[in-house]
Write a protein that binds this ligand. Sequence first.
Ligand SMILES: [Mg+2]
Length: 281
Amino acid sequence: MPELLDILKNIQLAIFDLDGVVYRGESLIPNADIVIKRLKELSIKVVYNSNNSTVTRKTYMKRLKNFSIESKITDFYTSASITSAEITKIKESANIYVIGEIGLRQELKSLGHNIETNPTDYRKIDFVIVGLDRDFNYNKLAIAQRCILEGNAKFYATNMDSTLPVARGFKPGAGVMVNALITCTGREPIRIFGKPEPFGIKLILKDTNIPPENACIFGDRLNTDILAGNRAGIISVAVLTGVTSRAMIENIKDKAMKSNNFDKNLIPDLVIEKLVDIFKY
Ligand SMILES: [Mg+2]
C-alpha cells in the first residue's frame, strides 16, 4: 500500500469538504472513493464537513453511497448540524424563526427546538437563524426583520458563502440571505457557525478526541476550508479539483508576502492537484 506524504504521516483524522473535493455536482471526483477507502484502511478516521445547510445528513449519506463511499450519519458535520449543536449550548428548546431549508430545520428540530413558521407574537422568538434558502422571499425577510427589531430575537447565521457551486458554474449562496437581513436590521449576526469559523472543526476534534496536530482538512476553498483549518490549528490541504487554481494560490502568497495585515491563515500548508497526490509513489 502506498505511504502518505511526510507532512501527513501522523494524521489520525481526515476532514473532507464535499463539493469540489469528493464530488462536483452529480459526479464523483475521480479516485476520491479510493483515497477515502485507503485512509480508512490506514485506520484514519474520515469525516465530512460541508457549509451547505440545505441538505440533511441522511441525504449526504445516500449521496456518498451512490459513489460507493460507505459512511454513518455521525460522519457528517454540516453548517446546519454545527449551528444546531452550538445553538443548543446557548439555549435549549428555543423558539426559532428560520430562513433556510429542510437540512437546517431538521437539525434544529432533532435537538428539541421549536421552529415557528408564521409567528404571531414576535417577542416569543428567541433566535432568527439564516442559512441558504432557495425559496427566499420578501415575506420571510420581513418576518425575520420584525422578530429582531420588534421582538428580541438574536440573529445567527449558518455561513456567509457568496456562491453555491452547482453542476455548471454557481448560484447565489447563503451570504446573500444573511446580507439581506443585515441590511434591513442594521445588525450583524452574533455568530456564524460554518467555515471559515472554526466551530465545526473544534466540534469534530472534541467528538473524535483527536488533537489538532493529528488532524487535517482537505478543501477547495481558501476563504472557508483552508481558513477554518488554519484557525483550528490543523493541517490544511488545498485540493485543486474545485474552485481554486494554482494561480489563485500563488497570487494569495504574493499578497501575503507584500502586506503586513494580510491573513496568513488563507495559505494552505499543502497544495495538491488531486487527492491521490497525498500518497508517495
Ligand atoms: Mg468545496
